[in-house]
Design a protein around this ligand. Structure first.
Ligand SMILES: Nc1ncnc2c1ncn2[C@@H]1O[C@H](COP(=O)(O)OP(=O)(O)O)[C@@H](O)[C@H]1O
Ligand SMILES: [Mg+2]
Length: 259
């Protein structure tokens, strides 16, 4: 989940997409790499927990600590804790390795997960760079608002540059429009403009703006737990299906089976 703008729906998408994929039977690992730790809180995990955090993961060298389980089946987490605040500085002091720490540690051990999601901070600093060098796909939440495209071209250029130079495996999974209100002409204009400019780099699924989606983090619950049959959960279920399709992943044991 990447976008240098804050408040565009990265965390909401990370958490609910993660649970949506887990509900499909995929084994999912979410790594919260935003020092604000909003994804950790949204999953009802205490930010001051003693369990290994994403900070310990990042700086563990080749002995990656174990992840935490969440209250949701198939959904594991490396929570953010307060140490992550100093991660940018600590990464900087790694010298030549400063951009590659996450990639190294993820490569150094086997994860049983089908999908690993990273929630990124709202900047293009070293944490985000580490994510872009470790990830296979970039998913860009874009808030459906005036000037939605502003800054997006630069982000997409940055992703392309990294793909050309430092991580040839990185692919653009797509932009997902969040906080859409189809009753407004503004939303419809933004959707049209995004699709005109970016074509199929804009995912089909639209995430509506709903009160429930904004409420569920304060209860430490995902939208599937908080309001299973509402429009927010339906949208994130559709997104999980679309993303799983684009990634070509199926739950373990059912790979290649006809659906
Ligand atoms: N689809 C949505 N409908 C209503 N509120 C939303 C929606 N998506 C996100 N929000 C709210 O908007 C704010 C910013 O979302 P968040 O996911 O934290 O963005 P980011 O991680 O990009 O900073 C949060 O308060 C969140 O609850
Ligand atoms: Mg966030």
């Amino acid at each position: 989940m990447i976008n240098q703008k804050g408040g565009v729906g990265k965390t909401t998408t990370a958490v609910n997409l993660a649970h949506g994929l887990a509900l499909k039977g995929l084994r999912v690992l979410l790594i919260d790499l935003d020092p604000q730790g909003n994804a950790t809180t949204a999953l009802g995990v205490e930010k001051f927990t003693t369990s290994p955090s994403s900070y310990e993961l990042l700086f563990s060298g080749t002995s990656a600590p174990h992840w935490s389980v969440t209250r949701y089946e198939n959904l594991d987490l490396y929570p953010a804790n307060i140490s992550l605040v100093r991660a940018e500085m600590d990464l900087y002091h790694l010298g030549d390795e400063r951009q590659n720490a996450l990639r190294r540690v993820l490569e150094s051990r086997d994860f049983p997960h089908d999908v690993v999601l990273f929630d990124a901070p709202p900047s293009l600093g070293l944490l985000t760079l580490n994510i872009l060098l470790a990830a296979r796909y970039a998913l860009v939440p874009v808030q459906c608002e005036y000037l939605a495209l502003e800054g997006l071209t630069m982000l997409l250029d940055t992703i392309e540059e990294i793909r050309n130079e430092q991580n040839t495996e990185l692919e653009m999974l797509g932009c997902v429009l969040t906080m859409v209100d189809l009753r407004t002409k503004l939303s419809q204009d933004v959707i049209r403009e995004m699709r005109e400019h970016l074509g199929d780099r804009v995912l089909r699924t639209l995430i509506p703006r709903t009160i429930r989606l904004s409420e569920c983090p304060s209860h430490g619950r995902t939208i599937f737990d908080y309001e299973r049959w509402g429009s927010g959960a339906r949208a994130y279920e559709a997104l999980a299906n679309e993303v799983a399709d684009r990634l070509g992943v199926a739950p373990a044991g059912r790979k290649g089976e006809d659906s």
